[in-house]
Write a protein of this length. Structure first.
Length: 678
């Protein structure tokens, strides 16, 4: 059930949908919630769209219906916290003329926001000149060419290269009162798109966006083309409202919008031929995908996905089969974003192509497989870790993208505040002992260890690593992968490493008692041992090691420190804005602002997938072992006793580090809470 959270603040009722408002099952509970408000005479309703990533035509019609229902009884309906894509949808469809947007930043300048009709009709040349886009001389030349060729003056300037298309569209938006938007995923409803066929949409260079109350909103670069408008009206049976968008945006978005409806031969050509070619093609160790021939659609599709993932700094590529379609998603800054939906019939060919690149058995579809692919793209070498898992609809494939150009191998670039960095360097300077880095999966622990051993690397030290698998190759470091298939796990490998005269040992992860005990023994016999644990905070590492069966008196002597960390997304610099923070909201986190405090957040733009975030940084908590902690560990303490020790020592917690980054405008408080509460 798509439950709607409901809360009251004075006379205002807030309704918070938990996710997208796309399907009927997601929209119906919102209708019921507003109807319940009307029945209980709660007539001032605000819908919080914080968790709503997209809206459909049905959702827009529902918003207008609910607005009308509230207006009939003297009430009002508003929305708050809509992301950039949803704001654009509400404006281009005119819904925001009725259902008011009350985002604090919604009235700020936005190059893509829909613009309403100007009070008077002005010449396009005047607007372009006023905006500084063209000169008087160019206007005169364009008028002369217009008389010779019959083309419109503005189009002449675009064709001659004097004026960018988006500059023209912005001016047309002001002249005609037609909204101008940056077209992308989330700004169209698949149901509305299918009102006309793909080939017709491509021929007319348009894309149907939404259908609301008998009106279809159509993206076009030429809103004054009467034949196009009449054709769409005849085919859709609806009145047409044009929306300005660039030709290139329309073309790209049309391909994405109709992708899942393509016929297989249209999308990937002759599938049997492609599979035959993939099976017989010899793949070199490094496939230079930027230079491969354009003859094979499956190869081209895989290459395009990899190129886009590298360009957008994605950490993972998910290729997953569903009941009626294949879905490709990219994980960027820790969050999955939909990328494309090829036809389901193409999925086996895509998986086979990747298996061939990873030198795996394409005939084996019942068992999971793991492999490695190395490609050269955009001028750099990128490693891809392949993993397949059979499911009810086919094999799901995940590619971990390991781009050395994006890796952080310098402790000064880990995002540590000065005090924490100095404490971490002191711990790394110890000649022996056990140093642990903790956090959940995907919190950057391995990256921190790589940066640490790179910092420690020198000709005088023998550094050995035990990893599962080796993610990045570092010069002058002896790196060794775990091989569970031949019974060579962490514990057995660690025993052999100790015979290799190591000074520093990095163990990828301590998973069980035997590895923990050997790591502790190594730390006690003159080695600096670095490793990771899956715990939520620094003091939890002590509890975890004791639970594994490590003797308290051994752990107390071996442990020199623990660093807990999380990765939080940083605010996108392209759409960063500020807002007044509510003092009551900050007091819950120990912040006592003496004056009106302004925090930062991202509004959402094309550079950040409308998320408001671009890039990530780590927040940390460092616990150094001292005589007091050693004495406490020997007594086999409870978690409450360990927490009391932290409070007595006034350790800077990971929450405090996160809040400080919020105050500095580097991230948002919602992001810190999302990460720490997940």
């Amino acid at each position: 059930m798509h439950e709607i959270a409901r809360s009251r603040a004075g006379v205002v009722t807030y309704l918070s949908p938990p996710g997208p408002l796309g399907e009927h099952s997601q929209i119906a509970p919102l209708r019921e919630a507003v109807e319940a408000c009307i029945a209980s005479r709660e007539l001032d309703v605000v819908i919080d769209l914080s968790a709503v990533s997209l809206v459909s035509s049905e959702a827009l019609e529902a918003a207008l219906d609910l607005y009308d229902a509230l207006a009939r009884v003297g009430g009002s309906l508003r929305v708050v916290n809509a992301n950039a894509a949803v704001r654009d949808v509400l404006r281009l469809t005119g819904v925001s003329d009725h259902v008011a947007l009350i985002d604090p930043d919604s009235e700020e300048a936005d190059p893509h926001r829909a613009q309403r009709a100007a009070p008077e009709r002005r010449r396009i040349g005047e607007i372009l000149k006023e905006r500084g886009l063209v000169s008087d001389e160019q206007i005169e030349k364009a008028l002369a060419l217009q008389r010779e060729t019959g083309r419109r003056m503005a189009q002449v300037m675009v064709d001659e290269g004097w004026l960018p298309e988006k500059g023209l569209l912005g001016a047309l938006s002001e002249q005609l009162g037609v909204p101008f938007v940056w077209l992308r995923s989330g700004l169209y409803d698949p149901v509305a798109v299918r009102l006309i066929e793909a080939e017709i949409a491509r021929r007319l260079k348009i894309l149907l966006l939404f259908k609301v109350r008998g009106i279809v909103y159509v993206a076009t670069a030429d809103p004054q083309s009467i034949p196009v408008i009449e054709t769409v009206e005849d085919l859709s049976g609806c009145a047409v409202r044009p929306v300005l968008a660039s030709t290139d945006d329309i073309r790209k978005t049309t391909e994405a919008a109709y992708g899942e409806n393509h016929d297989l031969t249209q999308y990937v050509g002759d599938l049997q031929g492609d599979l035959e070619l993939v099976e017989t093609q010899e793949i070199p160790d490094e496939a230079v995908i930027d230079e491969l021939a354009a003859g094979n659609p499956v190869i081209n599709l895989i290459n395009g996905v990899i190129q886009r993932a590298v360009r957008d700094r994605a950490s993972d590529i998910h290729i997953e089969p569903c009941r009626a379609r294949c879905r490709i998603r990219l994980r960027i800054d820790g969050v999955l974003y939909p990328f494309m939906s090829p036809p389901m019939d193409a999925h086996p060919a895509l998986v086979s192509r990747l298996k061939v690149m990873a030198k795996l058995d394409i005939a084996e579809r019942r068992l999971p497989q793991d492999g490695r692919i190395q490609v050269v793209t955009q001028g750099r070498t990128v490693d891809l870790r392949f993993s397949s898992l059979p499911g009810i609809f086919g094999e799901k494939v995940v590619l971990r993208v390991l781009d050395k150009n994006e890796s952080i191998l310098d402790i000064h670039k880990l995002g540590l505040v000065k005090a924490n960095r100095e404490r971490f360097e002191v711990l790394l300077g110890r000649s022996y002992g056990l140093l642990l880095v903790t956090g959940p999966t995907g919190s950057g622990k391995t990256t921190t260890l790589y940066a640490a051993i790179n910092h420690l690397s020198s000709d005088e030290k023998n550094i050995v690593t035990i990893e599962d698998p080796v993610e990045y190759q570092i010069d002058a470091i002896n790196q060794n992968p775990v091989r569970e298939n031949i019974n060579l796990g962490f514990a057995k490998m660690l025993k052999h490493v100790l015979r290799q005269d190591p000074d520093i040992i990095m163990v990828g992860e301590i998973r069980e008692r035997e590895t923990a005990e050997i790591a502790v023994q190594a730390a006690l016999t003159g080695h600096l041992v670095l490793s990771t644990l899956h715990t939520n905070d620094s003091i939890g590492a002590v509890t975890r090691m004791l639970d594994m069966g490590v003797e308290p008196f051994l752990l107390s002597s071996a442990l020199i420190g623990v660093m807990a960390q999380r990765l939080v997304r940083t605010i996108c610099p392209s759409c960063k804005t500020s807002y007044a923070a509510a003092p009551d909201a900050l007091k819950a986190y120990g912040v006592e602002p003496t004056k009106k405090l302004r925090l930062s957040r991202g509004r959402g733009c094309d550079a950040c997938y409308d998320s408001g975030y671009r890039g990530r940084m780590a927040i940390h908590e460092i616990l150094e072992s001292d005589a007091g902690l050693q004495k406490l560990i020997v007594s086999n303490p409870s978690r409450d006793e360990l927490d009391a020790h932290l409070r007595e020592r006034e350790i800077r917690t990971i929450v405090q580090d996160g809040i400080e980054r919020v105050m500095a405008g580097e991230t948002a408080i919602e992001e810190v809470l999302r990460v720490l509460n997940s």
